[in-house]
Design a protein around this ligand. Structure first.
Ligand SMILES: [Zn+2]
Length: 258
């Protein structure tokens, strides 16, 4: 017996309460144990069905309010716990988590939820929180500069303030000038000449001198091999990936010696 799409099934609209045939069938099937395989087949064959708008409404109606088989009933504490435990251990994929996060955006959180989030974040400094930043600033862990909210200890390239350590006494103007001279007054990264370097000031463009960079970042190590002239913009680059720059310039100075 085939079933054509669009045809109405003989039992459409009938229930076992209203139709004798259905009632009999139900009674006949009661107690029959269906094998795991059959159940899976049945389940698979039902997956992916597309229902009409009307049918979906009917299905919804038959499960809402008093029609819901669970209407007026409540889960036991034990059942609730079981369900909760099960949900706690769920693991979501990166994609799902992203979707969930997107969905939550713009929805105001309840006081209770916010409290819970606060509890779970205790002890972790949040660089976006102005209170946290004020505290860190007072403790000297945050530098008062603009532009980046991850300052001081919160910054990925935080260096324990080594960049603030005083220079050694022997880091004199004469020594610095000697280093510039040694490298013919050229930035050893972009090779611009000192005469090409200007900086903007309130009174207009001003010439500026090459900066002297400490290759190993130790400002007290003022040996000639540890010093190299850089223009301001190249020198700023050396604030990141310090280890790489150290190796790079050490190789460079080593090559020059040969
Ligand atoms: Zn340069």
């Amino acid at each position: 017996m085939g079933f054509k799409k669009g045809n109405k099934s003989w039992n459409t609209g009938l229930t076992k309460e209203t139709d004798e045939r259905l009632k009999k069938m139900g009674e006949k099937r009661r107690g029959i144990i269906v094998s795991e395989k059959t159940r899976k087949n049945l389940s698979d064959s039902l997956k992916g069905r597309i229902f009409s708008e009307e049918h979906r409404k009917n299905m919804s109606k038959s499960k809402t309010g008093e029609n819901n088989p669970f209407y007026g009933k409540h889960h036991t504490e034990e059942a609730k716990m079981k369900k909760s435990e099960k949900l706690k251990n769920r693991e979501f994929s990166e994609e799902t988590r992203k979707k969930m996060s997107e969905k939550q955006k713009g929805i105001p959180k309840s006081e209770e939820t916010r409290k819970k989030i606060g509890e779970s974040h205790k002890g972790i400094p949040n660089p976006k929180c102005s209170e946290t930043r004020k505290r860190l600033f007072k403790e000297g862990k945050l530098k008062p500069t603009n532009g980046c909210f991850k300052r001081g200890e919160l910054h990925p390239s935080f260096n324990n303030w080594s960049s603030r350590e005083p220079y050694g006494e022997d880091f004199s103007p004469e020594l610095r000038e000697n280093i510039r001279k040694k490298y013919n007054y050229r930035c050893q990264e972009c090779f611009r000449h000192q005469d090409e370097l200007f900086r903007n000031t309130i009174v207009g463009m001003r010439r500026c001198k090459l900066m002297i960079h400490h290759i190993d970042y130790n400002k007290k190590n003022n040996k000639e091999d540890n010093l190299i002239p850089l223009c301001n913009s190249c020198h700023q680059q050396t604030n990141f990936k310090r280890e790489e720059w150290t190796n790079y310039f050490q190789d460079k100075v080593g090559e020059l010696k040969k």
